[in-house]
Design a protein around this ligand. Structure first.
Ligand SMILES: *Cc1c(COP(=O)(O)O)cnc(C)c1O
Length: 388
């Protein structure tokens, strides 16, 4: 079976891991933690970054570090992986679900603006949501598939309503805004990455926050390491053990050395699937918003036709051809934990999510494997074309 996305570990990963073992620095202290942190900051255009044990904890601590918590709301698109919302709840805030726009699948800023205007009043810390009595504090755009949002539009929206922006860039390492502006210099408050095994670069598991505000990064580090003050067992806040280990950082650092070649592979795969989709009226590549350089974490196509049940038929066909194909993320408003969340109308999310087909996109996917995927997909869609 050709997998969807598996790690490419053929660089210095094994050597750096051996260094961890030989030096005995296997835990949260060790040279790779600082090196990885510095590299993430440099890539993000910030002075500092905090590396953590997952992308989920990165989002959680970015929110908590900004003082967002109990009684607060964070606006997040429904078309995302459930971890975006879980992190908001872990910070003890609540989610306010909004749709994505059709041309970027990231965040419908116009719908968000209309909802905020209609349902909230000014408040010193953000916007008071009249019906729930909660305070909207932040927007959380999700850089789905590694795509770039319209940052100037989001920053203007946040400024108009006195809100923070915490970016779920879990899948967007290497993505650049505008003409090569690093994500940390886009005017947002925090950029959160994941280094889970299926992401463009992995540290086995892990995450990071980059921010222009060094004091925010310092607070996040404090929260991630039990809130300890001084060399003894003195702690000033109920905090967490969310640090990254030297072992994870060693893998992540080795991966980051090859980021450019990984991004080239992702682009090659994107181009191949876009060319494939071009051959069929009913298929479109994933949106490629022209707001910068998209990282193309995942590529594939989506079905724009009207036939019922075709998703399942295509999934089964690809599995039989030896290609891993799974349904895309089920949106948050359809998930049990968020069924009762504050929720705006979802015309785009509801229309799109079942029709999205992410295809195999590991950075070391071979030309032969790519050919297998293309041939199998073409066999299905040619048959569909003839039948209709
Ligand atoms: C992977 C991912 C996360 C969560 O990251 P973990 O490291 O798995 O905790 C959050 N949001 C999005 C959009 C993701 O793709």
């Amino acid at each position: 079976m050709i997998p969807l996305a598996v790690p490419n570990l053929n660089g210095n990963e094994a050597d750096y891991l051996q260094e961890c073992i030989t030096s005995t620095f296997v835990s949260t202290v060790g040279p790779f933690v600082g090196k990885f942190e510095d590299a993430i900051a440099a890539l993000s255009g910030t002075q500092t970054a905090a590396v953590l044990c997952s992308g989920t904890t990165a989002i959680h601590l970015a929110l908590e570090g900004l003082g967002i918590g109990e009684g607060d709301l964070v606006m997040v698109p429904a078309l995302t992986f459930i971890a975006s919302a879980n992190a908001i709840r872990h910070a003890r805030a609540d989610v306010w679900l909004v749709d994505v726009s059709r041309d970027d699948w990231i965040f419908d800023a116009a719908a968000a603006r209309a909802a905020i205007e209609a349902q909230t009043d000014p408040h010193p810390e953000g916007r008071l949501h009249r019906e729930s009595g909660k305070i909207l504090r932040a927007l959380m755009p999700v850089m789905i598939m590694g795509a770039v949002p319209d940052f100037p539009e989001l920053v203007a929206l946040a400024r108009d309503f006195n809100l923070k922006i915490v970016v779920d860039a879990a899948a967007a390492i290497g993505t650049m805004a505008g003409t090569d502006t690093p994500l940390g210099q886009t005017g947002v408050d925090a950029v959160c990455y994941s280094f889970n095994g299926n992401k463009t670069i992995t540290s086995g598991g892990g995450g990071a926050v980059a921010a222009a505000d060094n004091a925010l990064i310092a607070r996040i580090k404090h929260l991630s390491s039990t809130g300890r003050v001084g060399p003894n067992y003195d702690h000033d806040v109920v905090a967490y053990n969310f640090r990254m280990t030297n072992i994870q950082a060693a893998v992540g650092f080795a991966q980051l050395e090859r980021l450019d070649s990984f991004l080239q592979s992702k682009q090659r795969i994107r181009d191949a699937y876009a060319a494939l989709a071009d051959g069929y009226d009913v298929l479109s590549p994933f949106p490629e918003p022209q707001n910068g350089r998209n990282g193309h974490w995942f590529s594939g196509f989506w079905y724009t036709g009207t036939a019922d049940g075709i998703e399942i038929a295509f999934q089964n066909h690809m599995k039989e051809a030896g290609v891993d194909l799974r349904p895309f993320w089920k949106p948050l408003h359809l998930q049990k934990p968020y069924a009762d969340a504050l929720c705006e109308p979802m015309p785009v999310t509801d229309d799109v999510w079942r029709r999205v087909f992410p295809l195999p996109c590991s950075t070391h996917l071979t030309e032969a494997e790519l050919e297998t995927v293309k041939t199998a997909a073409q066999a299905f869609w040619n048959r569909h074309k003839e039948a209709s």
